[in-house]
Design a protein. Structure first.
Length: 97
């Protein structure tokens, strides 16, 4: 099984940071309890203090796919759909360079 790293960058719209951060905190709390979640860390931009980065490591692509189908992910997407932009990249975990 190959672990999968997911990096999500969340850019709250003006005046929406507190709402978006609260939704991210709920999402992170639930996600950390999921089977296959090895890491789920949330970071705030040192430069702006407003951009949010989530660093996730899942044991397999199947675990990440299951995560994407959970009720808490659906609630998160609904909660932030009109108040943030989200970019997600996924990488198979490779040997360290």
């Amino acid at each position: 099984m190959t672990a999968i790293v997911a990096i999500a960058r969340i850019l709250p719209r003006h005046g929406q940071f507190d709402h978006v951060l609260a939704a991210v905190e709920k999402l992170a709390d639930e996600s950390r309890r999921e089977t296959g979640c090895d890491r789920y860390e949330v970071y705030l931009s040192a430069a702006s203090g407003q951009d949010i980065l989530i660093h996730e490591i899942w044991r397999s692509a199947a675990d990440l796919k299951a995560h994407g189908q959970t009720p808490h992910v659906a609630l998160f997407k609904t909660a932030i759909s009109s108040c943030a932009e989200v970019e997600v990249d996924k990488f198979p975990q490779a040997q360290r360079l």
